[in-house]
Design a protein around this ligand. Structure first.
Ligand code: SAH
Length: 404
């Protein structure tokens, strides 16, 4: 490493934070910083030294976030020059090399911290890359990074988390902006396991689609032949399309958002040439799932998917979220035919896998129903999760026994 220049931002942190970084944790919180040679600005490199005054790690400094430093590199001293950034990106691309064939052109290329890119997500939708940033610390680095992404795409769209949209203005950046390539002409088309979808990458939730549920959608497809499916919290109909392709008799999408349901209809239209999808009876219900499930008729579906948005965005909401999951399961069971299948997913990082799986099972037992856990799943390989806070996605497949 080049000797750090005397003006470099240098930090010391608490022993506990030091151990966490050594264990691979990518965040240094503001209250762990014990010493600092000067004030820092958003996006500059912070060099962190250990208790023996040796290099511990280097990361992006953010004076406006409780996540004061997001670690880019730890271990041996390292200068983050063009060669390092290029190698860092290539490693990230390499990790996904053998994951997908040409029937899947929508996937996550870079999953933030868990790929070594804290607060930095890249999703591919065919030839369009969508870069989503969660910290203003990336703005000063954008030009350099963009030069790494452009050889892989025809277009790069920038998405910004809400909390950094104001500070983006001073860098002439905005949410939904095309920062490289041709302007967008509406939603972007891509394939997932051979099924065509469109994503609103400019304004849609996340980066336009919930790519993290791809493997669960495929599993649901394999369970759907000749079944009637209810897809609760459907968004753009992803699970329904997979079910239809797998031979479902009918698929009903339920979402509170009219826009999401329009997307679902459009996605069915896109696949009319696939016989199984054309033959599946598709219906949409625009409703609040919590109300609708309470009042709906019983016993109409063979397979029900519950994939709500994060019900616990903060730790304080955890208990309420657990109650809500229990309620959804209880209500869904009323609508499930004998020997039906319930697929329940949670994307709340604050509710652990153990707690979620036991909540679902507890809710079924309370209704005196017997069942088998068919399978449980977690993160797909393009969404690695390398530290506890990154683990949010879990899903349980329940096969109900014949008695009611
Ligand atoms: N299963 C989807 C992703 C679901 S995202 C997929 O595979 O792509 C969560 C969805 O829940 C969003 O579309 C949101 O509009 C919807 N939603 C949020 N609150 C809701 C509510 N109370 N009732 C019904 N839908 C709701």
């Amino acid at each position: 490493m080049n000797a750090p220049d005397s003006q470099a931002l240098k930090l010391r942190i608490s022993p506990r934070a030091e151990s966490a970084v050594r264990g691979g944790h990518p965040w240094i919180f503001s209250d762990s910083v014990t010493k600092q040679n000067r004030e820092g600005i958003a996006g500059e490199y912070a060099i962190v030294y250990d208790r023996n005054n040796s290099f511990l790690c280097i990361g992006l400094y953010d004076p406006n976030s409780p996540l004061r430093v997001r670690v880019l590199h730890s271990g041996k001293p390292q200068t983050l020059d063009d060669a390092w950034w290029s190698a860092h990106w290539n490693e990230t691309v390499e990790r996904r090399k053998s994951l997908f064939d040409d029937q899947t052109t929508g996937y996550r290329c870079c999953n933030g911290e868990s790929d070594g890119w804290p607060g930095f997500i890249v999703d591919r939708y065919d030839a369009t890359l969508v870069l989503k940033l969660y910290t203003a610390a990336w703005f000063p680095h954008l030009k350099r990074i963009l030069s790494l992404l452009t050889p892989f795409s025809e277009r790069v769209v920038l998405r910004l988390s809400r909390n950094i949209q104001d500070s983006a203005k001073s860098h002439s950046l905005a949410d939904g902006q095309v920062i490289f390539g041709k302007p967008l002409e509406g939603p972007v088309r891509f394939l997932e396991n051979g099924i065509a979808f469109q994503a609103d990458v400019e304004r849609g939730q996340k980066t336009g689609f919930f790519l993290d549920q791809r493997d669960n959608r495929k599993r649901v497809g394999a369970l759907s032949a000749k079944r009637d499916i209810l897809n609760v919290f459907s968004f753009a109909g992803g699970f329904s399309l997979a079910a239809a392709a797998g031979g479902a008799r009918s698929a009903t999408d339920l979402d509170i958002s009219a826009h999401a349901l329009e997307q679902a209809k459009r996605n069915f239209d896109l696949n009319r040439e696939t016989a199984a999808i054309a033959q599946c009876q598709h219906a949409c219900i625009q409703a609040n799932a919590f109300d609708w499930l309470k009042s709906a008729e019983s016993g109409k579906y063979d397979l029900i998917i519950l994939d709500p948005p994060s019900l616990a965005k903060r730790e304080a909401e955890r208990a309420e979220a657990v109650r809500a999951y229990g309620f959804l399961v209880k209500q869904a069971l009323q609508l499930l035919r004998k020997k039906g299948i319930l697929v329940a997913a949670s994307c709340s990082a604050h509710v652990s896998e153990e707690e979620f799986f036991s909540t679902v099972q507890e809710s079924i037992r309370r209704g005196n129903r017997t069942f088998q856990v068919l399978e449980t799943t977690g993160h797909p390989p393009d969404h690695p999760a390398t530290f506890p806070e990154a683990r949010y996605l879990k899903c349980i497949y329940i096969g109900m026994d014949s008695g009611r």
